[in-house]
Design a protein around this ligand. Sequence first.
Ligand code: ATP
Length: 471
Amino acid sequence: MFKLDTIISLAKRRGFVFQSSEIYGGLNGCWDLGPLGVELLLNIKDAWWKSMTYRDDIEGVDASILMHPRTWDASGHTKQFSDPMIDNKTSKSRHRADNLIEDHIEKLIKKNKNDEAKIIQDKLDNVKENSDYYNIIIEHNIKDPISGTMDWTEVRNFNLMFKTYVGPLEDSSSIVYLRPESAQGIFVNFKNILETARQKVPFGIAQIGKAFRNEINTKNFLFRTREFEQMEMQYFVKPGTEKEWFDYWRDERWNWYLSLGMKPEKLRWKKHEKLAHYANMAYDIEFEFPFGFGEIEGIHSRTDFDLKSHQEFSGKKMEYVDTVNNERYVPYVVETSGGVSRGLMAFLCNAYDEETVSDEKGSSETRVVMRFNSKLAPTTVAIFPLVNKDGMPERAHNIYKDLQKNFKAQYDVSGAIGRRYRRQDEIGTPFCITIDGETLNDDTVTIRERDSMQQIRISASQIKQYIMDKV
Ligand code: ATP
C-alpha cells in the first residue's frame, strides 16, 4: 500500500490539487482543484448526475447556499449540529473527542488488543453525554498525540455551522448560515418540485452543491475539509415501504462506484449502530484510503422527520395526496449522500498504481499509472507527432484539433515517445495516438492503450469512433 503523501505530491506536481491560497501560506481545510482536478471532478459529477437523473423518477434542483435561518432550527442543526470537542492544555491542540477515541481503538486493533478495543467501542456506541467521552478518555488513559500528556479540558459542544450576516447590519436578526449540507434545499422545495414536475410518490430529488462545516480538525488531504461539495438525492416514499427502497438504493450506490472502476476489495459497508436523531436505518460506504477505511457516502433512511419538521416550523403542509388510493401522508425519505471531493480523493487513491516495465533500451523502470476509468480520466486522448518535422506535427495537430471537438485532448511534441507515454500514464490518459512516417503515406496512426500498453494501427478516420466505443 502506498502512502497518502505519494498521492498528495502527484496531485500537486501534475495539477490535480493545490493548497488554497498557497502563496499566503495556505488556509487550513481548504483546497483548490487545478486543471486536471477540475476535469476529474466534473467527470465524477457528470457520471453521478446522469445515473441519478436520467430516469423517470428523479428530478434535479440547485438550491441556494444561504437559506432562511429557520431552516436550521427545523432541521435540528442550530441545536444539534455540533461535535464534542476536547483541548489539551499542554499542546493547546484541539480534538474531536469521538475521533480521538476511535484512533485509539484503531491503534489497539493494530496491536491485536481486540478485547480492550471492543470494550471501548461498546462504551463509545453508548455515549449519551459529553462527560461519557471524557470518562472513556480518562479511564483508558488516552493521551494527546502531540504532547503525550493527559492534560485534558472537559468535553464541550462545538457547533459546526459557519455564521454570517445578510445585509449591512451585523445583529442577531440578520444571522444566516452557510449550509452544512445540501439536503435541506431539497426538503424545502419538496412541494414546488412535486407540483411543477408532476411527479408521484415514489420519486426523488437530486442536487450537487457546496456545503460548509467548521470542522474541529481537518486532516488527511481532501477527506475532511471545511468547504466541500456533496451529491445528494432524497427519495420520497410511502411510509412502510422505506426498507425496500433503502435496500434498492444501497445496491444502486454500491454498483455506481463499481461501474466507475472502484475495486470491490477497497469498499465495505459500515452499519451505523448509533443513529442520528432523524434516522431509522443508516449505512455508510467506506473506502480503504492509505490511512484506513473512511466513509465516502451515507445511505440513510430519514423517516418523515425533515418534512414534518418543516411543516411544523413553516406552517405549510408537506403532505402528499395520493388521488388513486385516496390517501394523504407525509412521505418518508431515503437519502443517498456522497462527498464529491472525498469521492475524488477515493478515485485518485483507487487509480494509483506502480509497475515495473522495460524501457525502449530494454532496462527496467517504474511506471506510475493512474488507472482511471475512461469516463473519469481528466484527459481522454493525447496526440503525438513521432518527430517534430517532415509534416508530422502539422498532420498531428490537425488530428488533435479534430478530436478536441469531442474529447478532452492534449497535444505533446516534447521528448522521446517513451517519456511522453509516461507523462500521460501518470495522469491516467487512456489513449495515446502517434503520428509517424506511415501516417503520411496511408493515413493510419498507432493508438496505444494505457493499461495494456498495446498498440494497434488504425485509420485516422476511425479514431473518434474507436474511442467513443471504448469510453
Ligand atoms: P463524518 O462522520 O466523516 O464527519 P458525516 O457522517 O457527518 O461525515 P454526512 O453528513 O453523512 O457525513 O455527509 C455525507 C457525505 O459528505 C460524507 O459521506 C462525505 O463524503 C461528505 N463529507 C461530510 N463532511 C465532509 C468534510 N468535512 N469534508 C469532505 N467531505 C465531507
